[in-house]
Design a protein around this ligand. Structure first.
Ligand SMILES: [Zn+2]
Length: 240
């Protein structure tokens, strides 16, 4: 038998390929879930944010003020992002699957990925870790930090013994600017505006899109729900 290249061969012989495209709003715990999925399924977590940071650090991309600012990938041209991701997904460790995080961010990227997956006959599952925005706002605006020792508190879930004062050193607890309601609302709205059309594209073009409510439940519970969607017959491995 000739003519089968490595990647084709591995795709043909695969019993199960876990291709997960992960979306998660701010405060959804996406990073935690991606890490756990990676451990449980033994497939790489491909975060375009991390990849871009690595490339900038290693000098693969020319460092300019713009490049240094584009950590999230927001300012990288679609065709550049598409090429970077496609190359990464074709690497050997992704042959059994991958968790894609931070991509696609635009409709054009989504179409590119959709067509690529189809060409490779990879049926992926798009998972959206959705949150109730009011719950997230309550949680994030409750965060407090001690300016003296850096200990984190939460007025709702992890309050200080004496309201407003650090348990350790009595420092006066502060709210960070990032945790102010207006800032959080802006981030949530930006996320919504960017992500909604991409999710709609996947739904409309017949891809499998699953919503998981990640706002109330503890991370363990959310993980089990995600795992069931990816691997309905299996129990999650006992990791972490
Ligand atoms: Zn303190």
């Amino acid at each position: 038998m000739t003519g089968l290249r490595g990647t084709e061969l591995s795709l043909v012989s695969l019993q199960r390929l876990h291709a997960v495209v992960l979306f998660g709003s701010p405060g959804s715990g996406k990073g935690t879930q991606a890490k756990r999925l990676t451990q449980a399924l033994g497939i790489p977590h491909i975060s375009t944010g991390d990849m871009l940071r690595d490339r900038i650090r290693s000098g693969t991309e020319k460092v300019s003020a713009v490049v240094a600012n584009m950590q999230s990938g927001a300012l990288v041209a679609d065709d550049v992002m598409n090429a970077i991701v496609q190359k990464r997904l074709s690497e050997a460790d992704a042959a059994r699957g991958f968790i894609l995080d931070g991509y696609p961010r635009t409709l054009e990227q989504a179409e590119h990925l959709g067509m690529w997956l189809q060409r490779k006959r990879i049926s992926e599952v798009v998972i959206h870790l959705a949150v109730d925005y009011n719950v997230i706002i309550a949680r994030l605006t409750g965060r407090r930090v001690c300016p003296l020792c850096g200990t984190l508190y939460n007025t709702v879930s992890q309050p200080a013994k004496v309201d407003g004062l650090c348990d350790r050193d009595g420092g006066k607890l502060l709210m960070r600017d990032d945790d102010r309601e207006s800032v959080i609302r802006e981030r949530l709205e930006a996320y919504e505006k960017q992500t909604r059309p991409v999710l709609e594209y996947f739904k409309a073009s017949g891809h499998r899109v699953e919503e998981v409510d990640a706002s109330q439940a503890p991370p363990d519970y959310v993980f089990k729900e995600i795992f069931q969607l990816i691997e309905p017959d299996d129990r999650p491995g006992i990791h972490g």
